[in-house]
Design a protein around this ligand. Structure first.
Ligand code: ATP
Ligand code: MG
Length: 174
């Protein structure tokens, strides 16, 4: 048995809390003096997000790679190119061995939409430096990812304030 300690962690499901759980780990690891890094796959890079502001203050590398790419995007070639660009960056962060924890936020979507090949991604992750923890967030985690992971938690919605018309608010949603 290899002496791998780095975990592949997946936070999935329809309930709120996937990304915040991942960012909670970032804070915990950072507090331990560990090297951490975040790559986000579906977010606009307005920089107004509370977590991005915090990362700046904490000196945590935070890459936003999916500008304008969402599941609503009409331009699939563009979305695919952005996903590949983000994955190339993520691969560098992971393979360098420089980081103890790498978060791939909203990474299930490029897998789900076939912009990246899940088997190739999993092959790469299986060969990463043994100490590197990788955290993947997003709804609809592919079965192969769930099977390959060491820790999988499904967030299940019981209630969400959106249901009664409350808008997203600072410190909670962004
Ligand atoms: P968070 O970033 O707050 O941890 P998340 O990563 O679990 O949320 P995403 O699927 O990335 O959830 O959705 C991002 C945004 O959508 C969040 O602002 C969140 O409040 C909202 N959201 C998440 N789940 C639900 C839901 N079941 N119904 C309505 N809105 C939701
Ligand atoms: Mg999220």
């Amino acid at each position: 048995m290899a002496s791998r300690t780095g975990l592949l962690i997946v936070y999935t499901g329809n309930g709120k809390g996937k990304s915040t759980a991942a960012f909670g780990l970032v804070m915990r690891a950072w507090g331990r003096g560990m090297q951490v890094c975040v790559v986000q796959f579906v977010k606009s890079s307005t920089g107004k997000w509370g977590e991005v502001r915090a990362a700046k203050k904490m000196g945590i590398p935070w890459h936003i790679t999916g500008e304008g790419f969402t599941w609503k995007s009409k331009d699939l070639n563009h979305s695919r190119a952005l996903a590949e660009e983000g994955w190339n960056l993520a691969r560098k962060c992971i393979a360098s061995g420089e980081y103890d924890l790498v978060v791939l936020d909203e990474f299930t979507y490029p897998l789900k939409f076939g912009w990246l090949d899940t088997d190739q991604v999993l092959n790469f992750l299986a060969q990463r430096p043994a100490h590197v923890h990788v955290v993947v967030t997003g709804r609809d985690a592919p079965t192969a990812l769930v099977e390959a992971a060491d820790l999988v938690t499904e967030m299940r919605k019981i209630k969400h304030p959106y249901d009664r018309g409350l808008k997203a608010q600072p410190g909670i949603e962004f």
